[in-house]
Ligand binder design. Structure first.
Ligand SMILES: Cc1cc2nc3c(=O)[nH]c(=O)nc-3n(C[C@H](O)[C@H](O)[C@H](O)COP(=O)(O)OP(=O)(O)OC[C@H]3O[C@@H](n4cnc5c(N)ncnc54)[C@H](O)[C@@H]3O)c2cc1C
Length: 102
């Protein structure tokens, strides 16, 4: 199997193509939050990010979200893990509070 040896960079403005020698490529194919599951249930920001407050709560009481799918600005493993911990903690507090109808 062949290996990447370079990239040809073309600009939309029509400047001459430039060749860049590289040994590997990480494709950035775009960012699209997979939030269909909660569409119509919780408020989504423009672009589809699930809107959360400081406790990772959504606009739907008792529903929490964390990580890349939320409208928080930093999309990193460490922030996703921290938000997940907060969301789990807050969900437990909600269940223990007695206001949950379930
Ligand atoms: C190319 C690349 C490089 C990166 N490099 C770094 C880095 O060096 N350091 C760093 O900190 N971060 C990096 N990140 C960002 C990091 O990967 C994310 O911030 C992190 O993985 C977010 O975690 P998450 O749990 O929110 O989402 P994800 O890791 O995307 O996990 C979401 C999971 O939910 C699943 N899922 C989606 N919809 C459904 C559904 N309806 N039902 C069931 N399951 C579902 C998905 O299949 C997936 O497994 C990088 C990201 C990319 C794309």
């Amino acid at each position: 199997m062949g290996k990447v040896s370079g990239l040809v960079l073309e600009t939309p403005t029509g400047e001459p193509a430039e060749t860049l020698e590289v040994q590997g490529v990480f494709e950035f194919v775009g960012v699209h939050p997979n939030s269909d599951l909660v569409k119509g249930l919780a408020d989504l920001a423009e672009g589809g990010w699930v809107m959360v407050d400081n406790s990772m709560g959504t606009s739907y009481t008792g529903l929490y979200a964390a990580g890349d799918v939320t409208n928080t600005p930093l999309k990193q493993v460490v922030t996703a893990a921290g938000q997940g911990a907060t969301a789990a903690f807050e969900a437990l507090r909600y269940l223990d509070s007695g206001v949950c109808p379930l």
